[in-house]
Design a protein around this ligand. Structure first.
Ligand code: CMP
Length: 142
């Protein structure tokens, strides 16, 4: 089914000028960008987004990295978009990411791993609503 997922091009990939390369991966693989913006995350915004990880040992490093520079946030739409985007990104740790995936090609470490993507339809709905109002999401089906 056609569905939506949420994606972040993280500060490392923005700083390395890889926004376009990563957007091309989406567009060349059946995903449409239906909302997008560049923003600098505040500590509060990042902590809210990653609240489920707040007890993890990597949490403080994650928040300081995600607030270290601008990110691109986007909503991707297409057939099986949640899994498609996760396949395109590859494993969380670029050391484990399959060749040709976004993380294999653009990430340097598990902390600075170039991209985030929702892990389920439920997460996608929550994450999209955390960053975008309904009016900011464009209907591109017709
Ligand atoms: P992301 O999909 O944005 O979700 C949480 C992030 O925490 C993850 O990508 C990684 O960049 C980062 N992270 C750092 N260490 C770990 C770890 N051990 N397990 C999972 N995520 C980690």
């Amino acid at each position: 089914a056609v569905e939506r997922t949420f994606s972040i091009v993280k500060p490392d990939a923005v700083a390395a000028n890889n926004i376009g390369e990563i957007y091309s991966r989406f567009e060349n693989n059946g995903l449409r960008i239906v909302a997008a913006k560049m923003m600098q995350l505040t500590k509060e915004k990042a902590e809210g987004f990653y609240a489920e990880h707040s007890e993890r040992g990597f949490f403080n490093d994650l928040i300081s990295f995600m607030t270290s520079g601008p990110v691109m946030v986007q909503v991707l739409e297409g057939e099986g978009a949640v899994m498609k985007n996760r396949d395109l990104m590859g494993a969380t740790n670029p050391k484990d990411a399959a060749p040709g995936t976004i993380r294999a090609d653009f990430a340097t470490s598990i902390d600075e791993n170039a991209a985030h993507g929702s892990d389920s339809a439920e997460s996608a709905a929550r994450e999209i609503a955390y960053f975008f109002s309904d009016a900011e999401i464009c209907d591109r089906i017709r």
